[in-house]
Design a protein around this ligand. Structure first.
Ligand SMILES: Nc1ncnc2c1ncn2[C@@H]1O[C@H](COP(=O)(O)OP(=O)(O)OP(=O)(O)O)[C@@H](O)[C@H]1O
Ligand SMILES: [Mg+2]
Length: 242
């Protein structure tokens, strides 16, 4: 999609880690408004750590990052959500003893403005995932893995994000359900939301991507369009051999 000016995400020399362990060693990343960007990388490459640093869950130790024109460093997760950044975290992180609908509405609670638009946003989520409307009153802890992933994406959409960061949504899903989740992300992107997707389902996530990068040991190893990386010998050898 075309950019309206400005940048959805701009990351320069970002370093982050846990205690004495440094994980990310100077990440640069530019995402234009409306783009779909995919980050691929093996287990432990630092993909989740990158999303955690961008959403304020762990500190940015060095470097800068701004989303939608607003600096991220030093801001709380709630403030970052309020500025228009949605996060679908690794492992879904739902409230198991709350219903589907309560989990969705917990997303809107973050943002007074979104609360006012909760009905409309919920209707959008149910249109995207009709299964969730049927399961509205079911406890999230009793949902299937795929349904839980739909709730996790839906909950982030309830905040009306301009930029959506999604961590391995296809993990543990059947191929058919993974396709449904990817199709939903493509639709959200077509509706104007910028998407940064972290994935190990390389084939599909690179097909969807305008731009993509390969993360290895906390550094960016390769960059290109989704199509370029799909055809790249190193990507084929390391990620498409299964
Ligand atoms: N809370 C933590 N405390 C200490 N080290 C951590 C913590 N979380 C992650 N790490 C380490 O940071 C490195 C990067 O982990 P990260 O979760 O970012 O990888 P990933 O690319 O998301 O991998 P995966 O594909 O398996 O989810 C790993 O070596 C991991 O062991
Ligand atoms: Mg991860």
């Amino acid at each position: 999609m075309s950019a309206v000016g400005g940048s959805a995400l701009e990351v320069r020399g970002l370093e982050a880690g846990y205690g004495k362990i440094q994980v990310l060693w100077g990440i640069d990343l530019d995402v234009a408004p409306g783009e779909f960007v995919t980050v691929i990388g093996a287990n432990g490459a630092g993909k989740t750590t990158l999303l955690r640093a961008l959403t304020g869950l762990i500190p940015i130790r060095k470097g800068t990052a701004s989303a939608l024109g607003v600096p991220l460093r030093g801001r709380t997760p709630a403030a970052i959500v309020r500025s228009g950044v949605g996060h679908v975290p690794e492992g879904r992180q739902l409230f198991p003893l709350m219903t589907v609908r309560e989990n969705l509405d917990a997303g809107a609670d973050y943002l007074p403005a979104a609360k006012a638009r909760a009905e409309r946003n919920r209707a959008f989520v149910y249109e995207l995932f009709p299964r969730l409307r049927e399961r509205e009153r079911q406890l999230a802890g009793t949902l299937s893995g795929g349904e839980r992933q739909m709730v996790a994406i839906g909950r982030a959409l309830m905040t009306d994000p301009k930029l959506l960061l999604v961590d391995e949504p296809s993990l543990g899903l059947s191929p058919a359900l993974a396709q449904a989740v990817f199709a939903a992300l493509a639709q959200v992107n077509a509706d104007g939301t910028t998407v940064v997707l972290v994935e190990q389902n390389v084939q599909r996530s690179l097909q969807l991507a305008d731009h993509a990068l390969v993360l290895e040991n906390g550094e960016v190893r390769l960059r290109g369009t989704g199509a370029e990386l799909l055809a790249h010998p190193q990507v084929k050898e390391a990620y498409l051999t299964l």
